[in-house]
Design a protein around this ligand. Structure first.
Ligand SMILES: Nc1ncnc2c1ncn2[C@@H]1O[C@H](COP(=O)(O)OP(=O)(O)OP(=O)(O)O)[C@@H](O)[C@H]1O
Ligand code: SF4
Ligand SMILES: [Mg+2]
Length: 319
């Protein structure tokens, strides 16, 4: 019932921990929202739920509704508004405000009494919790539901996929995005994830290589110091689509941890976009919505491209 009005469901997987599944899930959600889609994020990492922290909503509480829970709203949908005909006080023209789709989250983190509570659950209880998360959350109509998972292929993954195969239609279950890093081109880890998908008949939507390159917050000399390209080679070898490479950006961490809008030194160009100039044009300050501040992050144009590829792959699969 709770999945009924969701158009597409995608899982985010990785062989190793700490490669950036949760930050990739977060940014896929923000980028999809910026492209006007209504998005939900379900965090089934039961031992280390980090989605509430990524969205800056750690103190939020889920509300009970008849037969289940209401997800926590990160932001409401907003139509694009064109403000260019009015003039700003200082004579400058305002940028038109781009709109965004609504964004909702559900995580075990919201249900734990204390944030730091470690949950040590055995298999059956985990399975029950995952099932409940899939059946009892009133998402409402969504274009995309992204599911952040723990590393590897554990009990949670198995019960997740089993439940999805039963309760979602094949058209709804779009497939999985696999996250890796240039270091963790420990090919065997990714291979395990791909094998897991093939065994469980979950379509592989593509691979994202995270932490490839570096956006320095101090000067623009060394952007792209780290190697990249390994992810693409690996995707080609395993015959799965490659969705893109994502650099390390300390301004993204600052945005998540301190809520500060990203700023970049002159000359910082990422994916062909001048991030310094973008920041100067933006009127969004530290008090703006996360999604508005993220639009100033160097990783935003990167994820805009990734999401376009992902949406294309999902539409092809969905026929
Ligand atoms: N491209 C990036 N730029 C900057 N920081 C990043 C980037 N990717 C990930 N991080 C940071 O690295 C840390 C680990 O990332 P994250 O929590 O997303 O990994 P994970 O794969 O979900 O980990 P786990 O296996 O524990 O669930 C986080 O603090 C995150 O903010
Ligand atoms: S970009 Fe500039 S400040 Fe950053 S590491 Fe390179 S030289 Fe140092
Ligand atoms: Mg995580």
């Amino acid at each position: 019932m709770s999945l009924q009005d969701i158009k597409h469901i995608a899982l985010v997987l990785s062989g190793k921990g700490g490669v950036g599944k949760s930050s990739v899930t977060t940014q896929l959600a923000l980028a999809l929202s910026l492209q006007g889609h209504n998005v939900g994020v379900l965090d089934i990492d039961l031992t280390g739920p980090s989605i509430p922290r990524f969205f800056g909503i750690e103190s939020a509480k889920v509300r009970q509704a008849p037969g289940g829970w209401l997800p926590v709203q990160v932001h409401d949908g907003q139509e694009a508004s064109d403000k260019t005909n009015g003039h700003h006080e200082n004579g400058q023209e305002k940028n038109s405000q781009s709109g965004h789709g609504a964004l909702y989250c559900m995580s075990l983190g919201f249900l734990l009494a204390n944030r730091g509570d470690a949950v040590v659950w055995r298999g059956p209880k985990k399975t029950a919790m995952v099932r409940q998360f899939l059946s009892d959350v009133h998402w409402g109509p969504l274009d995309y539901l992204l599911i952040d998972t723990p590393p590897g292929t554990s009990d949670e993954h198995i019960s997740l996929v089993e439940t999805l195969l039963k309760s979602a239609t094949p058209e709804q279950l779009a497939g999985a995005v696999i996250v890796t890093t240039p270091q963790a081109i420990s090919v065997s880890d990714v291979k395990k994830e791909i094998n897991f998908c093939r065994k469980t008949s979950v379509h592989v939507l593509g691979v994202i290589e995270n932490m490839a390159g570096f956006v320095c917050p101090n000067c623009a000399e060394c952007t792209d110091v780290f190697s990249k390209g390994g992810g693409k080679a690996m995707a080609t070898e395993f015959e799965v689509p490659f969705l893109g490479s994502v650099p390390i950006d300390p301004m993204f961490i600052r945005l998540i941890e301190e809520g500060k809008a990203p700023v970049y030194p002159e000359g910082t160009v990422v994916d062909g976009q001048d991030m310094h100039q973008n920041g100067e044009k933006s009127e969004v300050g530290d008090e703006g919505l996360l999604v508005e501040k993220y639009a100033r992050c160097s990783l935003c144009p990167v994820f805009a491209g990734i999401v376009r590829g992902l949406v294309d792959n999902i539409n092809v699969t969905a026929g």
